[in-house]
Each structure stands twice: as structure tokens, then as C-alpha cells.
Design a protein around this ligand. Structure first.
Ligand code: ASP
Length: 325
């Protein structure tokens, strides 16, 4: 008994020592941040801006690794199985919550495979189309889509991506299924939209704002409650007649389950510093989004958000009945 007690005591002392050692020295080398979509897309843009600013505070580089495919679930799976040592992170968005219901078989258990760092930003979406789309407004686009439903193509980044979710909501709002074209991210999808190979996409302002302002694609609606300062001429979907069509793409940073709390807390502190970096704030504003508050850039806030969003989207997805295996 005594031996057991002293062994347990020794184990506790070792883990306390290990924890405080982590707190004092972490991070000692570069950190990898997995982005579960292609380079050059909206999630990648957010990740690179934040990673650069966090690196300054941490004194070590956060390097981005793009692991696109299957609507973000491949990249998330990679991180779920990574060493929980604080040196592999995941930056993912709302798809972390929706894929938990959309995929019948996921390689990880969403609520039990990760530790949390914090919320990063909540990005509005835009309904956009190729530049030469003839419709003048959202109503015209809907009429066009309904009249040509067998040939009108809608790009997305795979089942579980934000663009998939938004496209699904659009098709259900107009009660018309259209032809969907999946990519590994809306970065490459944008290339095809610019080239006119696909017709429509619903994508985040972090990918579309510059193109809309430059007139290289046509914007029909934003999915925020109010119009955006950077896209003043683009009406909200609700004001254009799509009642209830509001969606924000929240992003969070995760670590594999078992990552020491000292590491996730240090990362949350760096995230809070990064989100106040003037360059990050300015770039986010240009792209039509805003940094999360200190209260939201915490492990507890991200955990609560993920749990509530899984609950929120489950019935919506079940009603739509579109699953992936
Ligand atoms: N955010 C994804 C990307 O970066 C696309 C999506 O979620 O639709 O490509």
C-alpha cells in the first residue's frame, strides 16, 4: 500500500514537473498548423495571417501544411492522430461541426479527438457567379438556376466544407437541386469560377472580396445579418428574399487529444495577441471579417462553440438527408 502510494505520489510529481517544464519551455521548435483545404483558399488565408502573428509572440515559427480533401476531414484526421505534444495544430472552421453528422464514418471522434485553443474569426459568405452570368440580381440568379437545373454547376470544397453547407442551404431554399462540383478547397474552385468553368459558388468573403471588388466575378448576396462595409453594394440574402438565409463561418484552432493544457493555454495567449496585431486586424477588415474577442479566443469558448454547433446543424443536415461515407 505504502509502496503504491509513494509510486502514485512520484508519478504525480513527475507529471507536475513535466507540466511546469512544458509551461516554461514551450515552444522549443517550429509548430505545424494543418489547414484542411488547399493553399490559396479562404481557410488558408486566415491561417497564414494568424500563424505569422502567433509566431512572433511564441518566438517559434508556425508552418502551414495544407491537407485538403473530403471537405476538411482528411486534414482533421491527420491532426487527430498526431503526437499530442503541442507541435501539431489544426485550423478548421464550421465544417468541424457539420462533418460530425455529414459523414457516416469519420476516422476520428470529433468531440473526443481534440483539445481546444480558441476561436479565430467568424467569416461571412457570399453567393457569387462567373463574371458573365446574365442574371442581374439574386432573384434573377434563382430563376436562371431553376430554369437550367440540369446544367447549372455549383462549386464546393467537398462534403463538410463551408461552401458545401452554404450551397446545400441555397438549393434547399430555392427547392432545386443543382449539379455540384467538388474541389479540394475553394482556392482551386475560384480559379475555375474565374475561368467560367463553373457557374456559381457560395464562398467566404476571405476568398471572394477582392475578386468581387475587381469585377472578376459577380456577387449576388452576402450571408451576414447586415451588409458589409467592404461590399456595400451587395445585398444580404435575407433582404433579397431568402428568409432566414444567414450563415457565418467560424474558425477555431485545435490540437490532438492529450496535448498538455500548458501548451494549449500558451497558444491561446499567442492567439489573443495575434488577433490584436494591427496587420491582422487590417487584413481581416479588408477581407470582410473581424478577429474574435479575447473571451472567444480561449479553449473553453471553442469547446462550447463546437458542441453547440454540432447540435445546431444535426437536424438541418438530417432533414437534407445528404450524407457521405
Ligand atoms: N474554406 C475552404 C477552403 O479554404 C472551403 C470551404 O470551406 O468551402 O478552401
Amino acid at each position: 500500500m505504502n509502496i503504491l502510494k509513494s509510486l502514485l505520489g512520484a508519478a504525480a510529481a513527475v507529471s507536475l514537473f513535466a507540466a511546469s517544464a512544458v509551461a516554461q519551455t514551450y515552444p522549443e521548435r517550429n509548430i505545424t498548423m494543418v489547414v484542411p483545404f488547399s493553399a490559396g483558399g479562404p481557410t488558408d488565408t486566415v491561417a497564414r495571417l494568424v500563424a505569422e502573428a502567433m509566431s512572433k509572440d511564441l518566438g517559434q515559427q508556425i508552418l502551414i501544411e495544407n491537407v485538403g480533401g473530403a471537405g476538411g476531414t482528411l486534414g482533421a484526421g491527420r491532426v487527430a492522430n498526431a503526437e499530442p505534444d503541442g507541435y501539431t495544430l489544426l485550423l478548421h472552421h464550421i465544417g468541424m461541426a457539420t462533418s460530425a453528422t455529414l459523414y457516416r464514418k469519420l476516422a476520428y471522434d470529433t468531440l473526443n479527438a481534440f483539445e481546444y485553443v480558441g476561436l479565430v474569426t467568424d467569416v461571412p459568405m457570399t453567393i457569387v457567379a462567373r463574371k458573365d452570368m446574365e442574371a442581374a440580381d439574386l432573384k434573377g440568379l434563382i430563376d436562371y438556376a431553376k430554369a437550367n437545373k440540369d446544367t447549372v454547376t455549383v462549386a464546393n470544397a467537398g462534403i463538410g466544407a463551408a461552401s458545401h453547407l452554404c450551397g446545400m442551404l441555397f438549393m434547399s431554399a430555392i427547392e432545386t437541386p443543382l449539379v455540384t462540383v467538388p474541389y479540394k478547397g475553394t482556392g482551386p474552385a475560384m480559379t475555375d469560377l474565374l475561368g467560367g468553368q463553373v457557374d456559381i459558388m457560395c464562398d467566404q468573403t476571405t476568398n471572394t472580396t477582392k475578386q468581387i471588388q475587381g469585377g472578376t466575378i459577380k456577387a449576388y448576396a452576402v450571408t451576414s445579418a447586415e451588409r458589409l462595409d467592404v461590399l456595400k453594394d451587395v445585398p444580404t440574402a435575407v433582404e433579397s428574399g431568402l428568409a432566414g438565409f444567414q450563415v457565418g463561418i467560424w474558425h477555431g484552432i485545435y490540437a490532438p487529444k492529450g496535448t498538455p493544457a500548458e501548451a494549449t493555454e500558451r497558444l491561446a495567449k499567442a492567439l489573443q495577441v495575434a488577433l490584436k496585431d494591427p496587420n491582422v486586424a487590417a487584413r481581416f477588415a479588408e477581407l470582410g471579417t473581424a478577429p474574435s474577442s479575447d473571451a472567444d479566443a480561449t479553449p473553453a469558448a471553442l469547446k462550447a462553440k463546437l458542441e453547440s454547433e454540432i447540435t445546431r446543424w444535426k437536424p438541418v443536415i438530417e432533414a437534407a438527408g445528404q450524407y457521405a461515407d
